[in-house]
Design a protein around this ligand. Sequence first.
Ligand code: URA
Length: 190
Amino acid sequence: MATHYDWGSLYAALTECRACPLAQGRTHAVIGTGNPHGKIMLVGEGPGRDEDATGVPFVGRAGQLLDKMLAAIDLDREQVYIANVVKCRPPNNRTPLPEEAEACLPYLRAQFALVRPAIILCLGATAAQYLCSPDIRISRDRGQWIEKKGVWILPTYHPAALLRNADWKRDAWEDMKKLRAKAQELGLYT
Ligand code: URA
């Protein structure tokens, strides 16, 4: 049966979590940041070195680009909630293994239940595969809205991918505009 968490029990559970081997290498479980009532939630893959050191998602180079992407549509971290599929850093920043993601997904589901976002932006393939569909491909499926249980989900590039391939920034910008348009349509901009 699914565990029902409040924020306190979620933080306590994650601080103690040993559900998968990633726990052994962590400095911090990187839980989430931003507005816990944000109507827009961003989901990345997993912490990198800077996030493991600080306990805060998206604070490294990819995070700085993410801040710029948000600013381009008049948003900042205080308005959205940001989390990852896995809360502990995979070694050498590799993609989380399916069993690691499965072990951690109950925490992300708990975050969805607590935040209750109207829109979820999936940053990269890992988030999109676990939140939308296992066979999703970012290059093919990015920028297309998927509605699940009344929540609008948009897959887009991971900002780390944009740092590696600047040609994708144009498409990422289109996706950010789609995010802004949907948020306006739902009355989420004040
Ligand atoms: N990449 C992610 O997917 N998440 C982070 O928190 C940082 C980098």
